[in-house]
Design a protein around this ligand. Structure first.
Ligand code: GLU
Length: 336
């Protein structure tokens, strides 16, 4: 019977889903591996034949680009070896970033699903087992094919493109404000709400060291000094989480031209949702002025995701002078 089940490869990277109490640390720390996680899920073996691997045991803030590229290589290998889908478990703190970064490079139709937990395994109402079960169910579902990387949490699937962590501790932590959620799981079965979108061409694997790309939030009373200081720190591009639809102060605006003459400067909105504008506001420091000074407006991309896209573009060999066009092209293809 189990021979007819699809194979799903599950790898653990750490996070709350894998954490148990440590007296020495005074709180929970990652200890459980993928095999232990899979064993804790009632009914998992009836959904798929599970192959487990433990890749890392890290809190997700400490995952690095190398860890994620290793996970990507591992995931591609699992599909090559016959897995129908792949699931990565990790901490939720950086899930919106890791999912997006992996999605930029994921070239296979097979689903790559990321999941985690908001409550550690010992907590009353721990959500890890339910999330892992939902992730595996999504991984084996034919409607999940060709949708890139999905985040499955709380019986909801999110596209890597849109997902963000909307709450620090609640079980319903993830939202997809602008694009909407990808699917909801009902009785274990994902119902997708959109037809598949044409996905942008996956990026080539990095051909150079990962560049440092700064993300600077424009705040009240700010003259942009921090953005300028990033250059002294060796940052190769600056993403500005700007006010509203892509706006900064007069003083900040004056720094944009000289900055953009040296490195790509990307303007995202620091608002929780919504896009940068392109032809609405005409004052100094607004989107039209910043674009004239050489900055690139990144539309619907959140600052976190814009920073990763610029980082990945540079790492995969795109020249700094071509980042603006690459960003525009990417945004065009992913507009819904
Ligand atoms: N809330 C986080 C989690 O869900 C904390 C730790 C982490 O991101 O690794 O896993």
């Amino acid at each position: 019977m189990s021979n007819s089940l699809p194979v799903v490869a599950v790898a653990s990277l750490g996070g709350t889903i894998s954490m148990t109490p440590s007296d020495a640390a005074g709180g929970v720390v990652p200890t459980l591996d993928a095999t232990q996680l899979a064993r804790s899920v009632p009914g998992l073996s009836e959904v798929a034949t599970i192959k487990t691997t433990s890749l890392r045991q890290l809190p997700s803030a400490s995952l690095g680009y190398g860890d994620l590229m290793d996970a990507l290589t591992w995931a591609e290998q699992q599909v090559a070896d016959g897995a129908s889908g792949v699931v990565l478990t990790q901490g939720t703190d950086t899930l919106e970033e890791t999912a997006f970064l992996l999605d930029l490079f994921w070239k296979l139709p097979a689903p790559l699903i990321l999941t985690g937990a908001m409550r550690a395994p010992q907590a009353a109402g721990a959500d890890g087992p339910a999330n892992l079960l939902a992730a595996v169910r999504t991984a084996v579902h034919p409607d999940s094919i060709g949708r890139g990387v999905l985040v499955v949490m709380n019986d909801t699937a999110h596209y890597a493109r849109w997902v963000s962590k909307g709450d620090a501790l609640a079980v319903q932590a993830f939202v997809s404000l602008d694009g909407g959620v990808a699917a909801r799981l009902v009785e274990g079965c994902p119902t997708f709400f959109h037809a598949r979108q044409t996905r942008p061409q996956p990026l080539a694997r990095p051909v150079r060291a990962w560049p440092k790309v700064a993300m600077v939030t424009a705040v009240l009373g700010d003259d942009g000094e921090l953005a300028e200081m990033a250059l002294k720190g060796g940052y190769e591009a600056v993403v500005i989480a700007a006010q509203g639809a892509g706006h900064v102060s007069f003083g900040f605006a004056e720094r944009i031209g000289p900055l953009a003459a040296q490195v790509p400067v990307v303007i995202a909105s620091r608002a929780a949702g919504g896009s940068t504008a392109s032809r609405t506001y005409g004052y100094v420091g607004a989107e039209i002025d910043l674009a004239r000074r050489g900055a690139h407006l990144c539309g619907w991309l959140s600052p976190l995701k814009a920073r990763l896209l610029v980082t990945a573009l540079l790492a995969s060999g795109v020249a700094p002078g071509a980042v603006g066009d690459a960003l525009a092209n990417w945004s065009k293809l992913t507009r819904q």
